[in-house]
Design a protein around this ligand. Structure first.
Ligand code: HEM
Length: 548
């Protein structure tokens, strides 16, 4: 049993003590040689060998047995039925039958690629994250750009948010920065996320995405207004993954060695600039080449054009959060750059598409709960929910041991007693699967550096809305900050979808939300949708009265 020998041979050896009698020494040498042979044998059995150069490898079954024919089933006589005995045929069909795994519940369609991140400087004054501890420090990354709502086979060109997820393979474990191409989000509390996604996904009756359903939801939830000014601008239809910025959206914490905390927000600034399509261009492009954004990325990489992004952060000390006149941890808001400037941190360059789409892009599992020492979640209510949801869905989508898949494995070995479950292939050694143990002197040790910072709390345990939600202010500022073309496109793109909504009350309520952001914009939107603006004003008055 080579495997068993391997297991026992790697147990911790006893420390040297009294002189060993000759017979025991011979026995020890023999055991050592035998165990080396067994290890070599086990490795030979488990490490795939390539055919010698110039020779084609032999076709094999999944157990490694050479295959006699890949063209014909084994049948009972020339005209008889196929025999159950044809194991290779059964294996081939059974594997095919199981090729699909559940697609991501959101962000199902995406393009992934490898590259690296280089830190501009030693950022240890703000964070003890090792990958940011020196100028020029280089960390391998895997990035995945995605659409959110529609399934894996849908078009890249749909009006949608784009995911911008980056996995850093650092020496202190993987750090996942799972962002979007829009700096804010629809909602501020994780409890609304399933409702948001249900309203945007195809109807459970018709299997068609319906404006009737998502505007019903958006119009009833004014906090979505700011996000809609991005989604329905041309930013909702990016021209390419290379030409879009990324944002962490949520607020995170950076903590240095002394325990000083900064609340931070991330931005990836594209060195290629930002390029968007008009609604019409996106529709034409979607007809001609539905995979246009994916192809653009891979064509560029093949041509040796490597896109890059600068990572930037905004940082505030805990006592500075009240510089902002809204809840700083509300994901429907940006931190105005006039108050908190972005500082450059480092650069990511993407260099290579995947060798295998399924094994890399499909099986990569990003997770907002994957932090490294020096980076922590903030108390942001949306982020707190996300920190549960990603690993939970990945256990369902990829299985309990999804972190052992090559694309998800950290670069340094994992040491803990977590084990077993479907497809566990850590090849652990020894019988100590509990902690603490006095039998394992070199057991992994805890690292106090990895403890998180202490957060002072006050007040009762409660269910409550954020104070002073200010749902319309930043939406209004954004609308007023647009040039006239962008504002016209926002009206045009919104109207294109709102015209499909049969329930006019929903349309009036949605226009009322935009009017509360900017009265002139609301009036123009009402006109474009054939809505009497007096009705909009009445709706606003009623909602203001109800909220008193
Ligand atoms: C409470 C709010 C949210 C929840 C519960 C949630 C949940 C999820 C889930 C379940 C997935 C699928 C993951 C997988 O199957 O591997 C996902 C993917 C993703 N989410 Fe969220 N999400 C939330 C908010 C956000 C926000 C605010 C952002 C942007 C900052 C975001 C960005 C992404 C991205 C980029 C992906 C795709 C990752 C990939 O490429 O594999 N999500 N989300």
């Amino acid at each position: 049993m080579p495997l068993a020998t391997r297991v026992t041979s790697d147990r911790p050896s006893k420390p040297a003590g009294r002189p060993i009698p000759f017979a025991r020494a011979v026995l020890a040498v023999a055991v050592a040689i035998l165990s080396q042979v067994a290890v070599a044998y086990a490795q030979e059995r488990t490490t795939p060998k390539d055919a010698p150069p110039g020779q084609r490898p032999k076709l094999t079954t999944d157990t490694g047995r050479p295959v006699g024919t890949d063209q014909h089933s084994l049948t009972a006589g020339p005209e008889g039925p196929t025999l159950l005995e044809h194991f290779y045929l059964l294996e081939k069909l059974a594997r095919f039958d199981r090729e699909r795994i559940p697609e991501r519940v959101v962000h199902a369609r995406g393009a992934g690629a490898r590259g690296e991140f280089v830190s501009y400087a030693d950022h240890s004054a703000r964070t003890r994250a090792a990958f940011l501890s020196a100028k020029g420090k280089t960390t391998p990354v895997f990035a995945r750009f995605s659409t959110v709502v529609l399934p894996k086979g849908s078009a890249d060109t749909a009006r949608d948010v784009r995911g911008f997820a980056v996995k850093f393979y650092t020496e202190e474990g993987n750090y996942d920065l799972v962002g979007n191409d829009i700096p804010v989000f629809f909602i501020r509390d994780a409890i609304k996320f399933p409702d948001l996604v249900h309203s945007l996904k195809p109807s459970p009756v018709t299997n068609v995405q319906e404006a009737e359903r998502f505007f019903d939801f958006f119009s009833a939830l004014p906090e979505t207004t700011h996000m809609l000014t991005f989604l329905f601008s041309d930013q909702g239809t990016p021209a390419s993954f290379r030409q879009m910025d990324g944002f962490g959206v949520n607020t995170f914490k950076w903590v240095n060695d002394k325990g000083d905390v900064h609340y931070i927000k991330y931005r990836w600034k594209s060195d290629q600039g930002v390029k968007t399509l008009t609604d019409e261009e996106a529709k034409v492009m979607g007809g001609k080449e539905p995979a246009s954004l994916t192809k653009d990325l891979y064509d560029a990489l093949k041509a040796g054009i490597y896109p890059s992004w600068e990572l930037q952060v905004q940082a505030l000390r805990p006592d500075e959060l009240n510089k902002l006149d809204f809840d700083a941890l509300d994901a429907t808001k940006v931190w105005p750059e006039s108050i908190v400037a972005f500082k450059p941190i480092g650069k990511m360059t993407i260099r290579k598409g995947p060798d295998n789409f399924f094994e890399e892009t499909e099986q990569v599992a990003f997770n907002t709960g994957a932090y490294v020492p020096g980076i922590e979640p903030s108390e942001d209510r949306l982020l707190q929910g996300r920190n549960f949801s990603y690993s939970d869905t990945q256990r369902y989508r990829l299985g309990t041991n999804y972190q052992q898949l090559p694309i998800n494995r950290p670069i340094d070995p994992v040491h803990n007693v977590n084990q077993e479950g479907l497809a566990d292939h850590m090849m652990r050694k020894g019988d100590i699967n509990y902690s603490p143990s006095t039998r394992q002197p070199e057991a992994p040790v805890e690292d106090k550096r990895a403890l998180i910072s202490a957060t002072p709390l006050k007040g009762p345990v409660q269910y409550s809305a954020v104070k002073d939600p200010k749902d319309y202010d930043q939406a209004g500022e954004r609308i007023r900050g647009m040039n006239s073309t962008d504002r016209d496109h926002l009206i045009h793109n919104l109207t294109g979808e709102m015209r499909k909504v049969k329930n006019r009350e929903v349309v009036v309520r949605q226009i009322a939300n935009f009017t509360r952001a900017d009265a002139d914009f609301g009036r123009r939107l009402a006109e474009a949708n054939g809505v009497d603006f007096e009705k909009v004003k009445k709706t606003i008055n009623a909602s203001v009265a109800a909220s008193r």
